[in-house]
Design a protein around this ligand. Structure first.
Ligand code: ADP
Ligand code: MG
Length: 256
């Protein structure tokens, strides 16, 4: 049959690799089961689409640069009684806050699980089809500074627009410096009421003039971030310290 010879070439030309791999097997099944042609074509298209979705998800997960092994499943909510698990689960599904360009700000001292929680929410967002980028704030600031020096800051900011959620970890670690804080401020303005931030920070707003050039800029930045934001405060004992202590006690116990 002429079609049998031509079809593989057509599918290749049309860049339909999944259909290419499946058409013959499904064709046999369709003939055996007496499927109408539309059902056969639909089955092939569905396979192609679901394969593409999977590939996109894998690509998005790799591009998100999330730290490994930090998922909601491994987050111990009992260690942070102030957190509402169902609220976090709702955040992790994305829908409302990302559509409205809202922000999520996670505050707390070192070791309380801010990075873990941010990464875990990020992972779920990617699984729900959103585009996410996780970065230490200092690293993204450095990249934007390089772009600014090359007079390419607008383009660099625009490229970040493709991410529904930008996770800026350790926002408070940015050193006060005229150039650095300018690009961070410009990034905040670029995304305001449009695209979301998930920020972790160990400094309360009152100390943000240590991050930004002056108080006015610190207030303007905080204003924009808070405007459509949910703020979570993790004011518990350091999980890191607690875990280390538990390990030490275990060792001591076994030595007795
Ligand atoms: P922070 O960013 O607040 O300094 P991290 O998220 O880096 O803290 O947490 C420190 C370590 O403790 C990480 O290995 C993290 O996975 C773990 N951790 C912190 N809080 C929790 C928690 N509630 N459940 C499980 N692991 C946690
Ligand atoms: Mg951290």
């Amino acid at each position: 049959m002429r079609e049998t010879a031509v079809l593989p070439m057509l599918l290749k030309q049309l860049h339909l690799p999944t259909m290419s791999g499946l058409w013959e097997g499904l064709n046999k099944e369709a003939v055996q089961q007496g499927w109408p042609p539309a059902r056969y074509l639909t089955a092939l298209c569905e396979h192609e689409l679901s394969h593409r979705d999977n590939q996109r998800l894998k690509r998005n997960m790799a591009n998100a640069k999330l730290p490994r092994g930090k998922s909601l499943a491994t987050f111990d909510f009992s260690a942070v009684p102030s957190l509402n698990k169902s609220q976090i689960t709702a955040f992790a599904s994305g829908d409302v806050w990302l559509k409205n360009g809202g922000n999520l700000l996670i505050f707390g001292p070192s070791g309380v699980g801010k990075t873990h929680l941010a990464a875990a929410i990020g992972e779920k967002l990617v699984e729900s089809g959103y585009r996410v980028l996780f970065s230490k704030t200092t690293e993204i600031v450095q990249k934007l500074q390089v772009a600014k020096r090359a007079l390419a800051l607008p383009l660099a900011l625009e490229k970040l627009d493709k991410y529904d959620c930008l996770i800026l970890d350790d926002f408070g670690y940015v050193q006060k410096d005229q150039n650095e804080t300018n690009v961070l401020f410009e990034l905040i303005c670029e995304r305001y009421e449009n695209k979301s931030f998930l920020i972790t920070c160990n400094q309360v707003f009152a100390e943000w003039d240590k991050i930004f050039v002056d108080k006015t800029m610190a207030v303007a930045a905080a204003d924009r971030l808070i405007h459509h934001a949910t703020i979570l405060e993790l004011n518990v004992e350091s999980y890191r310290r607690k875990a280390a202590l538990a390990r030490t006690n275990q060792i001591k116990g076994s030595e007795l």
